[in-house]
Design a binder for this molecule. Structure first.
Ligand code: NI
Ligand code: MN
Length: 231
């Protein structure tokens, strides 16, 4: 049974397929990280990235150099991470899936941008992605940063989702109304809101949003920092 731990913002630790998987490990400077979790000691066998923005790439390079973990990212971003001295990277692209030791990862589309801050210079890294992670016979969709897009309905056609993590914070991604529509389309057993209330521009009423998802007849879990969801 996969065990999902919320580290705040869009960051999760996923224990699945016998491995520790970090998703978008924004730990240093993330005000929602649970006490005792820091980039110097966090464990990882694999890091999965949705894009290169600082609040997603986060501590990837430092964690990968210390742990020797595998970093899975969009082709251009994987190349940039390798250029920073990370030894094990795996590039992917939209629509592609790959069977890793812990399970299968598919890169889904996300409507957003993808860049890294390389010593103060912004470099574009191709397009961003969402993640569908199939492990231990369960399926988790992490939407990354994205606008609402109607092809989310294809994701629900292809996979029966146990968990969907959707950005709701508005301004940089879809806001609560669009995220409700996404949740309705995706029909996950449990929908988890992410990318909200971390910074002033993305402050929303998460309780009201959770009520709207519940009213739509869907399972919703507003995970607190450090909270664990077994699915
Ligand atoms: Ni972003
Ligand atoms: Mn973001």
């Amino acid at each position: 049974m996969p065990k999902l731990t919320y580290y705040g913002h869009s960051t999760f630790r996923l224990d699945a397929g016998g491995q520790v998987i970090l998703i978008d490990p924004f730990i240093s400077g993330n005000p929602s990280v649970p006490e005792g979790v820091n980039a110097e000691t966090v464990e990882a066998d694999v890091i999965l990235l949705t894009h290169g923005h600082g609040d997603h790439l986060g501590d990837t390079v430092a964690i990968a150099k210390r742990t020797g973990c595998l970093v899975v990212a969009m082709h251009e971003l994987a190349g940039w991470v390798a250029d920073q001295g990370v030894e094990r990277t795996h590039g992917m692209n939209l629509g592609g899936g790959y069977n890793f030791d812990f399970g299968r990862v598919t890169f889904t589309i996300a409507f957003h941008t993808n860049s890294v801050n390389d010593n103060g210079k912004m470099i574009c890294m191709g397009v961003p992605n969402g993640l569908v992670i199939e492990a231990d016979d369960k399926t988790f969709y992490h939407a990354g940063d994205t606008a609402l897009f109607s092809d989310m309905q294809l994701i629900a056609k292809k996979w029966v989702l146990d968990v969907a993590a959707l950005p709701i914070g508005d301004n940089y991604t879809m806001g609560p109304d669009d995220a409700l529509m996404a949740a309705v389309w995706l029909k996950a057993a449990t929908t988890v809101p992410i990318h909200y209330n971390t910074f002033p521009p993305i402050e929303v009423d998460v309780g009201a949003w959770a009520n709207s998802v519940d009213t739509a007849g869907l399972g919703v879990n507003v995970m607190g920092k450090g909270e664990v969801l077994e699915y």
